[in-house]
Design a protein around this ligand. Structure first.
Ligand SMILES: [Ca+2]
Ligand SMILES: [Ca+2]
Ligand SMILES: [Ca+2]
Ligand SMILES: [Ca+2]
Length: 333
């Protein structure tokens, strides 16, 4: 190798390293800070799927790092369906059940049904640690309810993430209104004190877009080793603008979009450079007219049919398109 080439490669490596952002170690808001999603949404089971929730449930997992040995809380913002933030249909009559699970059966790597992707899956696996039903209740409107305290070892240990896993299931057990809410993993019940190195993930993301035309929502699936292609599926996007896939390698790949109460699916190729990092699925709203109250569902599977995880705090940080990566590849040829 010539000296010039070595220097060039060193500079390129330094530049690329500097450009890759570090993960936010202190973010356990769900949706996460980088996602720019206002709320998760779950409708009462008597609702219509055309309102943007295909299964009237939402399942999230929290990871607590092994070296954290204090108690913690899982807080739900606006757990009620009524008053502010929620989506009324007729009268307020939705009842929403939130349940927290730990112990054996929770870890979705060991027990696929815990993911709750198929209608008949036993997604209530694990030990029930806490649960509560919320209706139209002004006490919790536009405020928090805190589940816990929990001890980290009440979760199920996952060797790969070196973390204890907990699961929170949200079900619209009756009524037809949309319950909009957020989660926060906190060291204290009365304030938002994040746990360093903790994270949250889901396999099927049901969320609300902002009611404006300029905000772009993001979700960040993690591309594990062995993935060569991804089958994406989006539901009830209301023909609202475009969905783009961005990564260090992809500048913005548009995917087919759903309209009203239907699914759009397609296969996305995965490059070697995208392994071990996150993809950025971007949701850009239509600019010609404002689509209000757009709720959407997104899920991904790899070429073997295994579901991908969306992390609230993207693994490896938010991916940024690197044109240099392409130049370098072309030069190597
Ligand atoms: Ca209603
Ligand atoms: Ca409310
Ligand atoms: Ca709510
Ligand atoms: Ca929708």
């Amino acid at each position: 190798m010539k000296v010039n080439t070595a220097i060039y490669r060193f500079l390129l490596f330094t530049l690329l390293t500097a450009l890759i952002p570090l993960p936010d170690l202190f973010s356990q808001a769900v949706p996460g800070k980088d996602e720019n999603i206002p709320y998760l949404v779950t409708f009462g089971k008597n609702g219509e799927t055309s309102w943007g929730d295909n299964d009237f449930r939402s399942i999230f997992f929290f990871t607590i790092p092994r070296d954290y040995n204090r108690q913690f809380y899982i807080k739900v913002f606006d757990p009620d369906a009524g008053g502010e933030n929620d989506e009324i249909q007729g009268l307020w009559d939705s009842r929403t059940l939130f349940s927290v699970y730990g112990g054996k059966g929770v870890d979705p790597d060991k027990n696929i049904e815990s993911r709750g992707l198929e209608p008949d899956d036993n997604f209530k696996s694990g030990n029930l640690l806490a649960s509560r039903v919320f209706g139209n209740d002004a006490r919790y409107d536009n405020g928090y309810y805190a589940f816990g305290p929990f001890n980290p070892t009440e979760g199920e240990f996952n060797e790969k993430w070196k973390s204890y896993i907990f699961k929170i299931v949200c079900e619209g057990v009756s009524g037809d209104d949309g319950n909009l809410f957020r989660y926060f993993l906190s060291r204290e019940a009365g304030s938002d004190l994040p746990i360093e190195g903790a994270n949250a993930f889901t396999y099927e993301y049901t969320f609300r877009m902002w009611n404006d035309m300029k905000s772009i929502a993001h979700i960040y699936p993690y591309v594990d080793t062995g993935i060569v292609s991804i089958r994406q599926k989006n539901f009830d996007w209301d023909d609202d603008g475009v969905i783009l896939v961005v990564s260090t390698y992809k500048q913005g790949l548009p995917v087919p979009i759903s309209n009203e109460d239907d699914y759009a699916e397609s296969t996305i190729p995965v490059e070697q450079q995208e392994i071990g990092k996150s993809l950025d699925f971007q949701f850009h709203k239509k600019q010609s007219s404002l689509v209000r109250n757009n709720n959407v569902v997104v899920s991904l599977k790899n070429q073997r049919g295994d579901a991908l995880q969306f992390f609230s705090s993207p693994i490896g940080g938010v991916p940024v398109y690197q044109p240099l990566t392409r130049i370098r590849k072309i030069q190597k040829k």
